[in-house]
Design a protein around this ligand. Structure first.
Ligand code: XIL
Length: 377
């Protein structure tokens, strides 16, 4: 919020009116990440426009308030290796350079994922599934080329994304189908070989569901038993106003850190819109048809819903602060409400209010409360 100050300077008979902009003291001093400097990184995802330089306004917010970044899409395999052996590093290079220039923690997202992986990855020239050997080789080439390029520069990697179903079983992805269960182990091994210094993470959504929590714990235990380096578990944190409960979320933080790995909150956002389905997950393959009644806040967010959002966001942060020794980073999936992927998923074209900065890049009231919480010694 900028206050327009009017100064009237009198010069004899002449009066000069000078307008100057100045922000109130509290806001001038507000640097979200600094309040958490002794606890965990405060991160945000960067989209294509931001990385390419087409959105300087929100990038100013990024520099002021965040000290960690993750690419929203440009490092996913469909973008970084759209055709076999053809890599596009233009945006990823810019993304990494921005992080380095601003002294930020840089997380790479993501190496092995069932979504946003190009079709060629799994098939031969006749469009038949490739053999286990070819699939392993492709996985190895992909990981070595991408991780290798940013060796020593990308600090942490989401090596495998979303390999576990809500019931705790392994997702029947092409990786599992063609390679078998050890694709998980191989992915982590390749990433470790490509950059032995990088910290390696498993990342997933709906991690507060008890069966999924258990499935992830078992999977990570198996990886650890196989001698694989795994440094952390990312809880995406695409949450709603009602679910998941903070209690179940907390149980997962505890269960994961009990494995001796770090916990990361990797993609936090909170939808305020009605859900078209029972499920509150984030499988991007699920989509629903637009209906106006599913998009109730086009004219603005009612005060009571905004208050609910603020209270729950603060509740999540209280939890994160409680587990500051276990949590290394809290990252938001975008900077401001206008950019949030939730405007287009699971229903395209809605108006959601999921993040901590509004459509004008202004911090919501709760940011001041969160910063006060983080600043407490
Ligand atoms: C989303 C992006 O935000 C969208 O722009 C894209 O169209 C689909 O993917 N889990 C993840 C993220 O790990 O990569 C997804 O990002 C959201 C769910």
């Amino acid at each position: 919020m900028e206050i327009l100050k009017k100064k009237i300077i009198r010069l004899g008979a002449m009066s000069l009116v000078i307008f100057s902009c100045s922000a109130p003291k509290a806001e001038q001093a507000l640097h979200f990440h600094e309040a958490f400097a002794d606890k965990f990184f405060i991160g945000t995802a960067l989209n294509t426009a931001q990385i390419a330089g087409g959105d300087t306004v929100s990038m100013a917010v990024v520099r002021q308030h965040f000290n960690a970044i993750v690419p929203e899409n440009c490092m996913k395999s469909e973008n970084i290796q759209p055709h076999e052996g053809v890599f596009d590093f233009e945006l990823p290079d810019k993304f990494v350079a921005f992080g380095e220039a601003n002294n930020m923690h840089i997380n790479g997202h993501t190496l092995i994922w069932h979504s946003q992986t190009p079709r060629w990855f799994f098939v031969d020239s006749l469009k038949n599934d490739v053999s286990r050997e070819v699939m392993i080789q492709r996985m190895r080439d992909h990981i070595f080329t991408v991780v290798g390029r940013y060796k020593g520069r990308v600090h942490t990697w989401d090596v495998v994304n979303e390999a576990v179903m809500d019931d705790g079983t392994l997702r029947p992805s092409k990786f599992l189908e063609i390679i078998g269960e050890d694709y998980l182990q191989l992915a982590f091994q390749f990433a470790n070989e490509a950059d032995p210094e990088a910290k390696l993470y498993y990342n997933d959504y709906s991690m507060a569901i008890p069966a999924k929590r258990e499935g992830v714990v078992n999977m990570v235990k198996n990886l650890q038993a196989a001698g694989v380096q795994i440094d952390g578990i990312g809880m995406q944190g695409h949450v709603g106003l009602e679910s998941p409960s903070l209690e179940e979320f907390e149980k997962s933080i505890v269960a994961f850190s009990d494995l001796g790995v770090k916990v990361l909150i990797t993609e936090w956002d909170m939808t305020v819109l009605p859900s078209p389905w029972e499920n509150t997950g984030a499988d991007i393959a699920n989509r629903f048809v637009y209906r106006p009644e599913m998009d109730p806040y086009r004219a603005g967010l009612p005060a009571d819903v905004a208050a609910q959002f603020n209270e729950r966001a603060l509740g999540f942060f209280k939890l994160f602060v409680k587990y500051q020794d276990q949590i290394d980073r809290v990252t938001f999936w975008g900077v401001n409400d206008a950019q949030s992927w939730k405007n287009d998923w699971p229903i395209k074209g809605r108006m959601d209010y999921t993040l901590l900065f509004d459509r004008n890049n202004q911090p919501k009231d709760v940011v001041y409360e969160i910063v006060a919480l983080g600043s407490k010694k």
